[in-house]
Design a protein around this ligand. Structure first.
Ligand code: ATP
Ligand code: MG
Length: 567
């Protein structure tokens, strides 16, 4: 491979900024813009400038190498896609407002691909006909489009972004498990090489459908996911994916349910206070409308319902809050005093803590009245148990019972055992060994390539700026000419020698920029090693600096070259 030419900052299409962009909320957004890596084109739409493009390409290369290493074959599918396959799987509608839909000149419907299960399935249907053609893993590194509701986190959540997506096609469940395990290993290697601290967490299958699914989460303050981690066992899960076993209790001996007058207790707190019980002894019943139908959700009074989980539970049906008009239309629903006992014609869902046999204080379906000793399974029936409460720090580990720790994280990768959802919808069969058609089973796996750049920035930056791990940095060394013609000449000379030896060099040869500004910029840009041609340039002495530790040392030019080339 040819050595990369020296990149001169005097010619670089990027400038560093002193101030954070006004709309930036997260660190990676601020730093990547200020250091001249990316430029905002529109909300959630980004231009990669030369330094940014280099980092992105390095991440892509690592992803590509590790995918190739598990025998995956790279392809490239279009981003502009016809409606029909997405219609066949139901996703044309189910994807909702996140899908970019558009029309061609003839009025035909198209979309910009948010993920490509359908098109890969059709490709395999077209190319593979027999069991001999499987298993196969296919991948692409390609631009994806999602009209995200809140594209506020810069590169972390784009409306256009770069993803590595791969898909496995197997004949049997065991094959799928193997393809999944291969991806899991490849992802671990990818994130290790990238230098991204990460955890593998159990995840919900979300809108994809299917069974086993894990997320690779990179702990970071800016993360939009919360994961729970058990300090005692190996349990780690996205809080969205935590579910508890139902543990029925014996209710023999609980007296009959009884109404109690409770004036002036409009909230759970006032109710619990006036009765002298903890909020957890009360049962609150949230009313929502699911595609227009009123549904009640019962959770202990000290718990909040996670609307995101509730929406995910009912998706693609739409969940809305009940309104004044709904209460007027349904006089049997007494606002503030709803109880599951005697709730007619309302579907009742409950948290597993409301297990059969548990007794509650809850609304009596009469104004200013509650009921006590209301027992699940005796006084009311639960139509379905759902895990929709907000998980809290210290909640029991579903595996061992120890109090869970919670942390924020960025989802950088996701692996799914999809099963036959897409192959059923699109009828992907191959001829089996016995000559009979076999329905193919599928996995789907994603890495947020552009998001990984931002996640790395989040995890590695310090108060001076970006601070890249060696393998993804836009250069190996940042040479700074700190002075006049003599320093610039030496800096360029050293740069050429390093480059000839295969070292990737960024050299700050800008005229009329003070050494102070150049030093600050070198720290902001975050190349791992900095070489300064300064005061002692005339003697052939330069300064070598480690960007991360700040350690510096004066050495001869030859010594510097030896150290940087590792020879
Ligand atoms: P999120 O919960 O963050 O919206 P997702 O569950 O929608 O992610 P997937 O559909 O599994 O994500 O996509 C695979 C990977 O693509 C994710 O793990 C993530 O790294 C990346 N990704 C998803 N949405 C975006 C986005 N809007 N911008 C950048 N990367 C994204
Ligand atoms: Mg998403």
């Amino acid at each position: 491979m040819a050595n990369a030419p020296v990149q001169r900052m005097s010619q670089l299409m990027a400038k560093t900024l002193r101030d954070d962009p006004a709309d930036a909320e997260v660190l990676s957004h601020k730093l990547l813009v200020r250091a001249g890596y990316v430029r905002r084109t529109a909300a959630g739409i980004w231009t990669w400038l030369p330094l940014g493009k280099k980092v992105l390409a390095n991440v892509e290369r690592i992803v590509r190498e590790e995918m190739d290493a598990i025998g995956a074959q790279e392809v490239l599918l279009p981003a502009l896609l016809p409606r029909e396959p997405y219609e066949a799987t139901g996703r044309w509608d189910e994807y909702g407002a996140e899908l970019f839909r558009l029309k061609d000149r003839k009025g035909g419907d198209y979309l910009l691909g948010p993920t490509h299960e359908e098109i890969f399935t059709l490709m395999v249907k077209d190319q593979a006909s027999s069991y001999k053609d499987l298993p196969v893993i296919l991948y692409q590194i390609q631009t994806k489009f999602r009209d995200e509701a809140r594209p506020r986190a810069g590169i972390l959540r784009g409306r256009e972004f770069l993803m590595k997506d791969s898909y496995s096609f197997d004949l049997e469940d065991e094959g799928l498990a193997r393809s999944y395990a291969l991806h899991r290993q490849a992802y671990q290697r990818i994130f290790e090489r990238l230098g991204l601290d990460h955890r593998i967490c159990a995840a919900t299958a979300g809108a994809m459908g299917g069974s086993r699914s894990e997320e690779f989460l990179a702990p970071a303050e800016a993360g939009e996911d919360t994961f729970a981690d058990c300090p005692n066992c190996d349990f780690a899960a996205n809080t969205e994916a935590i579910s508890y076993e139902l543990k029925p209790v014996d209710a023999t001996g609980v007296p009959a349910a009884e109404d109690i007058p409770t004036p002036d207790t409009p909230t759970i707190e006032t109710l619990a206070d006036s009765l002298g019980v903890p909020a957890s002894a009360t049962l609150k019943n949230l009313l929502v409308k699911v595609d227009g139908e009123i549904v009640a959700v019962g959770v202990p009074g000290d718990r909040e319902v996670d609307m995101g989980k509730l929406e995910a539970h009912f998706a693609p049906a739409v969940v809305e809050m009940v309104t004044e008009a709904d209460f007027i239309a349904r006089p049997d629903l007494v606002r503030g005093y709803v109880g599951p006992q005697g709730l007619d014609k309302v579907r009742y869902l409950a948290d597993p803590r409301v297990a059969p046999g548990t007794a509650w204080i809850t609304g009596a379906n009469k104004a200013d009245t509650h009921a006590k000793n209301v027992v699940a399974g005796r006084d009311f029936e639960v139509d379905a148990y759902v895990d929709v409460v907000v998980v809290q720090e210290g909640d029991p580990c579903p595996k061992c019972g120890t109090g869970l720790r919670l942390d924020r994280a960025i989802e950088i990768g996701h692996i799914f055992q999809l099963g036959r959802k897409y192959t059923d919808a699109l009828k992907l069969d191959v001829l089996g060994q016995n000559g009979k058609p076999v329905r193919v089973t599928m996995g789907s796996y994603g890495v947020g390539v552009s998001r990984a750049v931002a996640a790395l920035a989040e995890q590695t930056a310090d108060d001076k700026g970006l601070c890249w791990p060696a393998e993804v940095a836009p250069a190996d060394v940042h040479v700074v000419a700190a002075g006049k013609a003599l320093q610039t000449e030496l800096a360029l000379d050293v740069s050429e020698k390093l480059s000839a030896a295969g070292v990737r060099v960024l050299v700050d040869d800008r005229a009329g920029v003070s050494p102070g500004v150049k030093f600050t910029d070198s720290e902001l840009i975050g190349v791992p090693r900095i070489l300064v041609a300064g005061r002692r340039a005339g003697e052939g002495v330069v300064e070598l600096k480690d960007r991360r530790t700040g350690e510096r040392e004066e050495v001869t030019v030859d010594e510097a070259i030896t150290r940087l080339t590792g020879r």
